[in-house]
Design a protein around this ligand. Structure first.
Ligand SMILES: C[S@@+](CC[C@H](N)C(=O)[O-])C[C@H]1O[C@@H](n2cnc3c(N)ncnc32)[C@H](O)[C@@H]1O
Length: 244
């Protein structure tokens, strides 16, 4: 792929919130962005569609997905064998986790409309034959029907990941139900969010316990990783969620 826009190059040298905002503005307006893995052995190309904003927000790579991918690749946290990504958008995080960990199986999900973009990115990166990657529709408002349609089993995931999925009060409960339905009892979830609406954020944390989860804010761990330092400047929070 010629004229690659490498995400890490655009973010190189950022030292203020404004720098990071400008960098992501530039990235959002680029049809294809490329993530370079820390060992530089390979790259992941992600097609974006910044024109779809009216219909959904999954057409671009959001700050938190780059942040959580960097964190999970560069920190010492262990991810389980079966990983589920909810509200994946273009698929950077889920596909990135699969490419970086040979022993991991990743199910990348979003609404039916948005997973088309993930399928496109699977093809672009020639991952169609990789049996460790499954891409399917998983709408939080109809997760049981979607699970049956795609043969995704309840309580089968060790690790759940999601970024920038707290934006609508109506979707807080469906999201929590979906998390509860697919997580194994000893599962761990990494949720990275930029607080866009304080009310929705508070509602999610309030209802977490009703669904059997407990959350710790581990945002400080981002500050210890140079590639993640910009996250807290942007008001991004990282939560580690486990069952009570
Ligand atoms: C702000 S975008 C974040 C996308 C991606 N996680 C990222 O950080 O780049 C929010 C995502 O939530 C998805 N979403 C919205 N409503 C949903 C629902 N009912 N079920 C599943 N996903 C949904 C959108 O399609 C979109 O991809």
């Amino acid at each position: 792929m010629s004229n690659k826009t490498i995400i890490q190059d655009v973010l190189k040298g950022v030292c203020t919130e404004e720098d990071v905002s400008n960098a992501f503005f530039e990235l959002a307006n680029t049809p294809v962005v490329t993530f370079r893995f820390p060992n530089k052995a390979r790259t992941l190309h992600i097609h974006q569609d910044s024109q779809v904003h009216e219909q959904h927000t999954g057409g671009i790579v959001w700050e938190t997905s780059v942040l959580l991918l960097n964190f999970l690749l560069l920190s010492k946290v262990k991810i389980g064998k079966n990983v589920l990504e909810l509200g994946a958008g273009c698929g950077l995080l889920g596909l990135g986790l699969a490419l970086a960990n040979d022993s991991v199986h990743v199910t990348v999900t979003d609404t039916a409309q948005v997973v088309a973009q993930v399928h496109k990115n699977v093809t672009t990166n020639q991952l169609q034959q990789d049996s460790r990657i499954k891409v399917c529709a998983m709408d939080w408002t109809r997760y049981q029907q979607d699970a049956i349609a795609s043969s995704v089993t309840a309580h089968s995931f060790d690790t759940l990941v999601a970024t920038d999925v707290l934006f609508s009060p109506e979707l807080v409960q469906p999201l929590l139900e979906t998390m509860q339905y697919f997580a194994k009892p000893d599962a761990c979830m990494y949720l990275c969010v930029q607080i866009r609406c304080a009310k929705v954020h508070a509602l999610f944390l309030e209802q977490l316990g009703d669904f059997g989860w407990i959350g710790s804010d581990v945002t400080d761990e981002l500050r210890a990783i140079p590639e993640c330092k910009w996250g807290p400047w942007m008001g991004c929070h990282l939560f580690q969620l486990t069952h009570i």
